[in-house]
Design a protein around this ligand. Structure first.
Ligand code: FPP
Length: 241
C-alpha cells in the first residue's frame, strides 16, 4: 500500500466535499413548506460553487440527492427534480463562462429521460473546461458505488484478466465514479449532524470532517473560509505519527 507522506496543509484544500443538509429545517423554522427550503438551498448551491472556484478549490463535490432520498414524499422529490432541471439549465448558460467542469457521480439512469439528457449535455458542454471540477452527487450512495466497483473487478476476474490476489486499492479507486480525482481533504456538513450519511465512503478515509450548526441555506462563503481555517489547523497524520 502506498504510504502517504505527512504534508503541511495547503492554503486551500484541493478537494472539498459538502453535504448540503438542513433545507427542510430552514423552511420549517420560517413556517414554509420544505420545498421552499430546497429552493433556498439550490440558490446557495450556486453561491458556494462560485465562491469555491474563486478561491482556488480544484474539486468540489456536493451531495445533492442520495439513493435514500427517493423515499421522501412524492411532492418533495418532484420539487427537487424541478430544481435540478432549473439549475442545470442555468449551469449550461452560466458555468460555461466560468471555467467550471461539471461531472455527475451516482446512478443517473433512475432519473427521467429529460433530466438524463440534460445531465449529459452539461457534462459534454463543460468537458473541455480547465478550472474547478464540480462533482454533483445525484442518486449517489457510497455503498452502491463500492458495490458497483466490486462488480467491475469481479467481471475482470471472471474474464480471466485479473487474479483476485492482484486486486489493489488503486484498482478499486479507479472503478469508482471519482476515478482519477484526488480524495477529498475536507468534508463539511452544515445543519449540526455529525454523520457521513453514505457520502464518499471510500474516498473520505483520511478526510478531515467539519460540522457547522448552521442550516445549508444559511451557509455563507465566510463559513467555507472558517472550515478551511479549521482544516489548516488539523494535524493530518494519515495513520502515521
Ligand atoms: C438535505 O436537506 C438536502 C437535500 C436532500 C437536497 C439538496 C439539494 C439542493 C440544495 C439543490 C441543489 C441543486 C442542484 C442543481 C445540485 P434536508 O431536506 O434533509 O433537510 P432537513 O434535514 O432539515 O430535513
Amino acid at each position: 500500500m502506498a504510504i502517504q507522506k505527512k504534508t503541511e496543509p495547503a492554503a486551500v484544500p484541493q478537494h472539498i466535499g459538502i453535504i448540503m443538509d438542513g433545507n427542510g429545517r430552514w423552511a420549517k423554522k420560517r413556517g414554509l413548506p420544505r420545498t421552499a427550503g430546497h429552493t433556498a438551498g439550490a440558490a446557495n448551491f450556486r453561491t458556494i460553487t462560485r465562491y469555491a472556484a474563486s478561491i482556488g478549490v480544484k474539486y468540489l463535490t456536493l451531495y445533492a440527492f442520495s439513493t435514500e432520498n427517493w423515499s421522501r414524499p412524492a411532492e418533495e422529490v418532484s420539487a427537487l427534480m424541478k430544481l435540478f432541471h432549473q439549475y442545470l439549465e442555468e449551469a449550461l448558460r452560466d458555468f460555461m463562462d466560468e471555467n467550471i467542469r461539471v461531472r455527475f457521480i451516482g446512478d443517473i439512469s433512475a432519473f427521467s429521460p429529460d433530466l438524463q439528457a440534460l445531465i449529459r449535455r452539461v457534462e459534454e458542454a463543460s468537458a473541455s473546461k480547465t478550472g474547478m471540477v464540480l462533482n454533483l452527487a445525484m442518486n449517489y450512495g457510497g455503498r452502491a458505488e463500492i458495490t458497483h466497483a466490486a462488480q467491475v473487478l469481479a467481471q475482470r476476474v471472471r474474464d480471466g484478466a485479473l487474479n483476485p490476489e492482484d486486486i489493489t486499492e488503486a484498482m478499486l479507486s479507479d472503478a469508482l465514479f471519482t476515478a482519477g480525482q484526488p480524495d477529498p481533504d475536507l468534508i463539511i456538513r452544515p445543519s449540526g449532524e455529525k454523520r457521513l450519511s453514505n457520502f464518499l465512503l471510500w474516498q473520505s478515509a483520511y478526510a478531515e470532517f467539519v460540522s457547522f450548526n448552521i442550516l445549508w441555506p444559511d451557509f455563507k462563503p465566510r463559513h467555507l473560509d472558517e472550515a478551511i481555517e479549521q482544516f489548516r489547523n488539523r494535524d493530518r497524520r494519515f495513520g502515521g505519527v
